[in-house]
Design a protein. Structure first.
Length: 203
């Protein structure tokens, strides 16, 4: 296998970025980028820490990511599995990267910045859904923001219903857990109870 081992080799292979790929990157949230953030119900959230990298899904109704000002985003940490991998990383390494998806659109939005966690009572209350607030808020200072071209979405046909995968053809979470724990956890009971459990613990 022939490897690329230097930046010079990489640049020789790919050449220089086109003007538009550089012009779209800024250090603040423009009105157009605000519109994309407010329309997105889903963001992939990447962090780094001493144990390595982490990328977790964050989703809610469109607008769940609040924009405090042109340099600051706020994301509620809703109920989950309590692993807190992302939050643990932020405490020790504030660097974060976000990729926003917009259902039906080829555009995605990328943000890099530094984050900290807040448990300010009034801030938590402002994110309440059905009377339930998040445990903490991830506050992100934006350093770079830019849209990504639609090629990946188009190639993958991500939003094409004809390409949707039938869940019945995939291993279930219960089956995965049962296999990994020699049937001590998971199984059919786990799968059957998850829908009702999720409804009760969504927020």
């Amino acid at each position: 296998m022939t490897r690329i081992t230097t930046v010079a080799e990489l640049e020789a292979l790919y050449g220089t970025p086109v003007d538009t790929s550089l012009a779209k990157e800024v250090d603040h949230i423009t009105p157009q980028y605000r519109a994309l953030i407010e329309a997105s119900p889903f963001v992939a959230f990447a962090t780094a820490g001493p144990e390595g990298l982490d990328c977790s899904p964050r989703g809610d109704m469109a607008g769940f990511v609040h924009i405090r000002d042109e340099n600051t985003l706020m994301i509620p940490d809703r109920r989950g599995n309590n692993r807190v991998d992302s939050l643990r990383n932020i405490i020790r390494d504030p660097r974060v990267a976000l990729l926003f998806l917009l259902p039906g659109s080829g555009s995605t939005l990328r943000i890099n910045g530094k984050a900290h966690l807040s448990i300010e009572p009034e801030l938590l209350e402002s994110f309440s859904v059905k009377g339930k607030g998040p445990r903490s808020i991830v506050v992100i200072d934006v350093e770079t923001i830019y849209f990504q071209c639609a090629r990946a979405i188009i190639r993958s046909e991500l939003w094409n219903p004809d390409r949707f995968i039938d869940p019945a053809t995939l291993p279930t979470p219960g089956q995965i857990l049962a296999t990994l724990t020699d049937n001590k956890l998971g199984g059919a009971d786990y799968d059957n109870s998850w829908v009702d459990k999720a409804k009760e613990s969504m927020w």
